[in-house]
Ligand binder design. Structure first.
Ligand code: N2P
Length: 361
């Protein structure tokens, strides 16, 4: 009897420990991508602690996902990466019965991600945006005689980009975005998997490399805001955050964002749960919370990215919902392109080309 009681007590202890452990969710998201009040409000409401880590590159996230055992419960890959990670068995299907807020999603945007994750079996939208050009308005005016950038030629024409080296040119460290941009500028399909064309795009990028002062995917926000970069290939919301940081600092720096006339990449960042997530239940609670209309509206209002939640739109501030750099109008959407994952063979070429672009060897 005593033995039985002890066994029962031990079992209760184990159950208690498991319960305490369940009160955590380990989230791995992009940097500069949330209003952190959302995390503390989630904890206050649910008692679930959020351990929040950030990255600024799909490649970094992918390495962790493919290695397995990351310890993360919620991760946010972009659509193309998500697609091949699904194929690699990295994610678990979402239990939709635990995600009632899925009803808030925006059908039109959901349809665009069906190509990456048919039926949204493994993922739901966090934010989406574009990859364009952020710039310091006065620096551009001084050097080009106009305060408007409307073409990728400011980046890809060595004569133009060289005029900006003295004031700082930052370019995303993202091969899967920069190679399509170069292909598109050359008149090829941005989604081309033709390795000859990809090599050509690499040559173009190598030509402008001497004028690039930094390849990075997050430091450019403060660099633009502080006046340490005057030109950047970057993500829509990041550039708009730089604009606001400069305005708040009242430092005389004026930043804006352009989607060039040749077009730009439209990407989608999706929340997903790794197959080996230690806390899939809290992960579902977290994802459902983020899909609440007021919560995702708060996130968009803070980070200046569009979300995929129709119900949140009445709660977006005018600066967000009415800014075509965030919610592009039909004419702009028509110029945007999407890409697909590279096959392993093409990926090897892309990686090699990108290393050469960055290091010159
Ligand atoms: C957040 C940028 C995320 C966009 N800083 C890239 N998918």
């Amino acid at each position: 009897m005593k033995k039985l009681l002890m066994a029962a007590a031990a079992l209760a202890l184990v159950a208690g420990a498991a319960k305490a452990q369940d009160k955590v969710v380990n989230v791995y998201n992009w940097s500069d991508y949330i209003d952190e009040d959302i995390l503390s409000e989630f904890t206050a409401e649910t008692g679930i602690k959020v351990v929040y880590d950030v990255f600024d590159s799909n490649d970094i996230l992918e390495t962790k996902m493919l290695a397995g055992g990351s310890g993360y419960d919620v991760v946010v890959p972009s659509g193309t990466f998500l697609q091949r990670q699904i194929q690699a068995g990295v994610f678990q299907p979402l239990d939709k019965s635990k995600l009632p807020n899925i009803k808030n999603l925006w059908g039109q945007i959901q349809e665009r991600t069906a190509k990456f994750d048919p039926g949204a079996k493994y993922s739901v939208k966090y934010m989406w945006g574009t990859t364009g050009i952020g710039y310091n308005i006065d620096a551009v005016k001084q050097r080009l005689g106009t305060d408007t950038i409307d073409s990728w030629s400011v980046i890809f024409d060595p004569d133009q980009i060289s005029k900006f080296t003295d004031c700082g040119v930052h370019v995303l460290d993202a091969a899967d975005e920069m190679i399509p941009a170069a292909l598109n500028y050359l008149g090829y399909a941005p989604d081309s998997q033709d390795t000859g064309q990809i090599e050509e795009a690499g040559k173009l990028l190598e030509k402008i490399r001497p004028h690039v002062t930094s390849f990075n995917s997050s430091a450019y926000i403060n660099a633009l805001a502080d006046g340490d970069a005057c030109l950047a290939v970057g993500w829509s919301g990041d550039v708009l955050q730089a604009r606001d940081r400069a305005d708040e600092a009242d430092n005389g720096v004026h930043v804006t964002y352009a989607i060039p006339k040749e077009g730009a990449l439209m990407w989608f960042d999706q929340m997903a749960i790794p197959a080996d997530a230690p806390h899939p239940d809290t992960a579902l609670k977290f994802i459902n919370y983020i899909m609440r209309a007021d919560v995702i509206a708060k996130a968009s209002n803070y980070v200046y990215y569009a979300n995929g939640n129709k119900a949140s739109q009445p709660m977006l501030v005018e600066d967000v919902i009415s800014d075509p750099a965030i919610y592009p109008d039909e004419a702009t959407v028509a110029k945007l392109y999407v890409t697909s994952p590279y096959s392993p063979r093409v990926q090897r070429v892309v990686t090699r080309v990108w290393t050469r672009v960055k290091t010159g060897s």
